[in-house]
Design a protein. Structure first.
Length: 133
């Protein structure tokens, strides 16, 4: 069931246009841990020194800023350049109050998803990062 939720979330987020989304009822946690987790995962497929990302406008300034900081800390440049790879994200709750998932959509067709458990102030990964095209 969790895998189905993650797969569907990527489809929904991809259809939203170049906008990102954070659920308004997300549990409070330090968003830097999940942001850094995904930024490090992107290094495997996208060389940071040569990849410019265009971060989609989101409804949550705190997560957007955390993700921007994490991407920059890993060497990615961000901008609205015509060659920039568009990136959107969706951070949403799962069934449990402390469970959430993060899906990142890149406009070259790749989608990365991972569920997290909010433990205290940190989001801890509870499954392997899934990347698919």
């Amino acid at each position: 069931l969790l895998i189905v939720c993650l797969m569907c979330s990527g489809c929904v987020a991809h259809q939203m246009g170049h906008k990102s989304y954070v659920a308004p009822d997300m549990p409070v946690f330090d968003m830097e841990s999940a942001s850094l987790d995904i930024a490090k995962a992107l290094i495997v497929a996208y060389p940071p020194g040569r990849t410019m990302l265009d971060l989609g406008v989101g409804n949550d300034a705190a997560f957007s800023q955390a993700l921007e900081n994490a991407l920059r800390s890993q060497g990615f440049s961000l901008g609205k350049d015509a060659v920039a790879l568009k990136l959107t994200y969706r951070l949403d709750r799962l069934f449990d109050e402390a469970a959430c998932y993060l899906t990142v959509n890149l406009y070259d067709g790749w989608i990365y998803s991972r569920p997290y458990m909010v433990n205290g102030n940190a989001a801890e990964p509870v499954a392997a990062l899934k990347g698919r095209k």
